[in-house]
Each structure stands twice: as structure tokens, then as C-alpha cells.
Design a protein. Sequence first.
Length: 83
Amino acid sequence: MPVTGEMLIGGAAVRGCEAAFRAVDPASGDEIEPAFGGAGRAEVERACALAWTAFDPYRETGPRGTPAFWRQRRAGSSASGRS
């Protein structure tokens, strides 16, 4: 998976519009491109709302149901175009 500088929120790639930051190569200390756009209020609220919606169904899956839960969420997000 290539690094694009985007966040994944609800299965959609989102470019943040707040202050940019860069990852650092731990071996050299050099900054790595591309820069990541920081999340603004709208992106944080969207991510939190999606996490809140998923909390109860995820909690009820148990250890054996976890992989199926994520496959179902990913399929639903892609099929409906939700972000």
C-alpha cells in the first residue's frame, strides 16, 4: 500500500486540511514524503461518529467473530459508497 498522506475514515481516503506533518525515518532521522494533512474538526467528528456506531456490534462479536465483522464492514462501506 503506497503512502499517500491521506487518512482513512470510513473506508475513504481523506486529505486533511489542517497543519501538515511528516513521518520520520527511524534509521536516519530524515523526514519522509509525502506530508500528511492534519485532521480538522469535521474529520475527527466523522471518525468518532463511525467508531461510536461500530462499538456495540464489534463488542458483541467476540474473538472468533472479529475478522468476519471487519470483512462485513469493509464490504458494506465499499458497496454503499459511505465514507
